[in-house]
Design a protein around this ligand. Structure first.
Ligand code: PYC
Length: 333
């Protein structure tokens, strides 16, 4: 067996969505903040991302996290998120996966019944409270970054769909929130190809006509996620089909999408603080969330959300690169 690259990982899934937690084989990434590390990774480490998430080691909906030494003094670990769409500023299901792996592998000091893990992410420090029973991470509750609605009742002209109405909200990534029945499609996995095609067309049109920009962080912008709401979704219980660039659905309810949805509902006056909200994924798994407090970010009214969900370890692996492998960075079909 020969290898010119060896990356160790603990694989997990959060409510159905994979997180490959990279625990070894990646050096500290240059940068004075995690946002700078993410930017360095975008510019210099895309081959590593593709090696870990694309085929044949990953698949079209693969996602993961590179563990890093933290840069904020109060954080336990730093995280750079990787997935098929690129390097995300923040990833909720991924953070639940990371916190679960850190506790179950003993990479943080574990206390029962709760272990608090502070993670330095490109979008800011997030706090994960892990419920621990008999050494097992049972559930993770995340206090997420400030989330906000950027616009209500916006419209975009989408080739093949005409004028599509949406709200734009941020919960660690930007989400165009669209009622699925407004584009004439049913909330049915048998129609997933049509839903995905519509999602990608909406993202492309928004990025061309009115791309979102974070008011306080110039490194965060663009729309790579469309949160399609199922009929009957409301401010206490929503179901979503989360279409993500370049062409896949979140299998989990999506943590940053849940935060964006709660921020949108709050800004519309429909979700007060400290009120339970359930978000359900396309495969029927759930996150529970609530809004903790109001704040502002870059002058925009915002809320601080929390959400909780569960993750399970599915394996440990060393990912190798044979020097004779003709597809060293993997591929996308
Ligand atoms: O859970 O925040 C999330 C997420 C983003 C992309 C996929 N999952």
């Amino acid at each position: 067996m020969r290898s010119v690259r060896t990356i160790s990982a603990v694989d997990s899934h959060t409510e159905g969505m994979p997180t490959r937690v990279v625990t070894g084989g990646v050096a500290p990434i240059p940068g004075a903040t995690m946002a700078e590390r993410r930017r360095y990774a975008v510019e210099h480490l895309d081959d590593l991302r593709r090696f870990l998430v694309d085929e044949p080691r990953g698949h079209s909906a693969m996602s993961g996290a590179l563990l890093q030494p933290p840069l904020s003094p109060d954080a336990d670990w730093g995280v750079v998120y990787i997935e098929v769409s690129g390097f995300l500023p923040m990833c909720g299901h991924g953070t639940i996966g990371v916190a679960t792996v850190l506790v179950e592998t003993g990479m943080v000091e574990v206390t029962s019944p709760e272990t608090v893990v502070r993670l330095d992410t490109p979008a800011g420090v997030v706090e994960a409270r892990v419920e621990v029973r008999d050494g097992h991470a049972e559930r993770v509750t995340l206090r997420n970054v400030a989330s906000f609605a950027l616009g209500h009742d916006l419209t975009v002209k989408v080739p093949g769909l005409g004028e599509v109405g949406y709200d734009m909200a941020y919960g660690g990534n930007f989400y165009a929130i669209v009622a699925l029945d407004s584009i004439g499609l049913p909330f049915d996995r048998a129609h997933k190809d049509d839903i995905l095609k519509a999602g990608l067309a909406i993202m492309a049109a928004i990025n061309e006509q009115d791309p979102p920009r974070h008011p306080a962080d110039p490194l965060i912008g663009g729309c790579k996620h469309v949160q399609f709401l199922a009929p009957g979704s409301d401010a206490r219980h929503s179901r979503n089909a989360m279409a993500i660039h370049p062409g896949w659905f979140d299998r989990s309810p999506c943590g940053t999408g849940t935060s964006a949805r709660m921020a949108q509902l709050h800004s519309r006056g429909e979700l007060p603080l400290n009120t339970e909200f359930v978000n359900e994924s396309f495969i029927g798994t759930r996150f529970t969330g609530r809004l903790l407090e109001t704040t502002t970010t870059g002058g925009v009214p915002a809320v601080v959300p929390e959400f909780s969900g569960r993750a399970w370890i599915t394996g440990t692996a060393n990912y190798l690169l044979d020097p004779a492998d003709p597809l060293p960075n993997g591929f996308v079909l």
